[in-house]
Design a protein around this ligand. Sequence first.
Ligand code: IPM
Ligand code: MG
Length: 356
Amino acid sequence: MNYNIAVIPGDGIGPEIVTEAIKVLDKIGEKYNHTFNYTEILMGGVSIDKHGVPLTDEALEVAKKSDSVLLGAVGGPKWDTLPGHLRPEKGLLGIRKGLELYANIRPAVLYSELRGACPLKDEIIGDGFDMIVVRELTGGLYFGEKKSLVEDGVRKAIDTLVYDENEIKRITITAFDIARKRTKKVYSVDKANVMESSRLWRSVVHEVAKDYPDIEVVDMLVDNAAMQLVRDPKQFDVILTENMFGDILSDEASMVTGSIGMLASASLGKTKLGLYEPSHGSAPDIAGLGVANPIATILSVSMMLRYSLDLDQAADDIDNAIKKVLQNGFRTGDIMSEGMKKVGTVEMGNLIVAQL
Ligand code: IPM
Ligand code: MG
């Protein structure tokens, strides 16, 4: 088969990790006789530098016409002082919205090989954990009306948090469908004791649950969820939550698995077209040093093969190759522990390719 993949290297470590991910994809192509055609898109700081905006309409069109989009990361100190609508991050929000990717899936798994990198105590880790954060991605606070003003000489800023029932319903269905293939338990995280939007969230989740009698729903307040994630992460399986809570909790979930450098993500909508990116950022402090961990991006490629291209076997191959490399004791700096062999970005990519 022929697949058209839009590639967004982005800023910071983005180009380095995407290069490794493409090496892996090409190896899969060779092995299973598929051709991946890549079209590079500028987004983020590199697009601001070239076109004055973080994402052009033309770039978005290329993404829309592709079978899937692979993204590194965007942002960096160089663009930090630009006004909100011109920041690199706005490109990311724009492509998610433009492709209507309302469901962000972020699996956080503790690899047994990486127990040493987990910051939690042994008795909390137990035999490990395996959860998926299902984050609403195109609504809520990040997309509501924003304003900065001066009122009576006092500076004021406003962000608005809006959800309608349809937005809540569709993301709930995504979470329940995923839960059906797992332990059938969904933790719905909100702040219903304070926020109106959370109260709507909670009632819609329970309405949808009536169509899923096999799924157990546990409501959890977000502050409690943040605490439970480090107190007893094993209790979680599917975590369903709104945009900002999901942004924060998915970083936390990744950290208890050892490193954010291991956390992949898929952003999906109604069609097969998805956006695949590591959950971590552009890490400008280590950009160009060749030390970034490419595994989250390579795992994102695996998610792309599974969710958008229906190439499950190839996805399994990648997951197994990564496990093998970890078992063989190779680590990038972020997941390094005593007695292991430290490697850089390119070497990690090569080791994974060699296992395929
Ligand atoms: C993420 C990032 C983005 C987000 C930023 C860069 C806009 O933090 O993917 O989690 O908040 O969604
Ligand atoms: Mg984030």
